[in-house]
Design a protein around this ligand. Structure first.
Ligand code: AMP
Length: 338
């Protein structure tokens, strides 16, 4: 049984966003334990005071906004569509790195004259009726088209949108695009400057719960701690090499002369105890950006590094997660600092 005082986190209940959220949390060290695949409640053994719920992405936004749920992971697309004006939702992390897509305007391929917003505006003006735009995102689409001065009539649609222009109940669509395959299959073309909202998965929270319940605040710190430590670690590798030198300082000065092997704060350099008298061998450990690994290896070799070992890093913990600090500032001042 869930205690009514338990803190609640809602995750997407189906599809790719659910699978990717569960994989992402497990990678962060926060695996979700679903006792029964049909149950809409689960636990997170690493954070036992958290109850995990599963909801539709747009319902997650509404639940967090109303405060029936303290935290949620959902797409920025539905967040921006449903977050409302009351400021009850605070975004703790807006780049979880998966669930990437964009809400875009797309026109029939046959509309060869319409290549961008300017030509769409001209086309809309030439019609003797408003341009009909089918969408599941009326708030974002309306705001965008008004901002672009494109006269239109929104057609609220459920289910498949892509067929609307062929069937004839809309002229163009405003829909989520990921690979672009669905548009291509339906002979539609996205307008290059028609991105209404770029999106990926985000972690959100209820502002009042953070402000009034110290346990929610502590949970925000722990969730961000795991997430940020993992995301930072994912971009880095631990490189260990043997190097000869008179002292750790002498070796450090050689390392600092190179660009890729300076480490997080600096390299860790420890003497290696050898059987024979002091040979000056040291073990050097540095955290290196994954993308800079080949360069780091070359640099280490050029200053005498040998026996180089490279291993993945699971977590890098900072003193306080930067996004937690940003959240505290936003709670206090109302201004987003990250
Ligand atoms: P794609 O063919 O990969 O461009 O995907 C487009 C189709 O998938 C459309 O039907 C979209 O409504 C849907 N879609 C793409 N990305 C998402 C997403 N992040 N969340 C929900 N639906 C999506």
């Amino acid at each position: 049984m869930t205690s009514p005082t338990n803190i609640r986190l809602s995750l997407p209940s189906k599809g790719r966003l659910m699978d990717d959220s569960l994989d992402f949390l497990a990678e962060c060290g926060l695996p979700v334990q679903k006792l029964n695949p049909r149950q809409y409640q689960a636990k997170m053994p690493a954070l036992p005071e958290l109850t995990v719920l599963f909801q539709r992405p747009s319902d997650i936004v509404v639940s967090v906004r109303q405060g029936s749920v303290d935290f949620g992971i959902t797409g920025i697309d539905v967040l921006e569509e449903k977050r409302g004006e009351d400021g009850e939702i605070i975004v703790l992390h807006d780049e979880l790195g998966y669930g990437g897509c964009a809400l875009m305007l797309a026109v029939p391929e046959a509309w060869t004259d319409v290549t961008d917003l300017q030509s769409l505006r001209t086309c809309a003006a030439s019609l003797d009726r408003p341009l009909r735009v089918a969408t599941k995102f009326p708030v974002l689409t309306e705001r965008f088209l008004n901002g672009q001065n494109i006269p239109h009539a929104l057609i609220a649609a459920e289910g498949t949108l892509e067929t609307a222009p062929t069937i004839g109940y809309a002229d163009i669509i405003s829909d989520l695009v990921s690979s672009g395959q669905t548009l291509q299959d339906n002979r539609l073309r996205a307008l290059g400057d028609g991105v209404i909202q770029a999106s990926q998965a985000a972690l959100i929270a209820n502002r009042k719960s953070l402000q009034t319940n110290p346990r929610t605040l502590e949970m925000a710190r722990r969730l961000l701690e795991y997430i940020e430590a993992h995301m930072r670690a994912k971009e880095n590798l631990l490189v260990i090499a043997n190097m000869r030198g008179e002292s750790p300082e002498m070796i450090a000065s050689k390392l600092f002369a190179e660009t890729s092997v300076g480490g997080l704060q600096g390299p860790t350099i420890s003497p290696i105890v050898t059987r024979e008298s002091n040979q000056g061998w040291h073990s050097v450990s540095v955290v290196v950006q994954r993308s800079r690994l080949p360069q780091a290896i070359t640099e280490l070799r050029s200053i005498g590094g040998s026996g180089i070992i490279v291993s993945p890093v699971t977590y890098i913990f900072e003193e306080e997660p930067p996004r937690y600090t940003a959240m505290l500032t936003e709670l206090k001042t109302g201004v987003k600092s990250l």
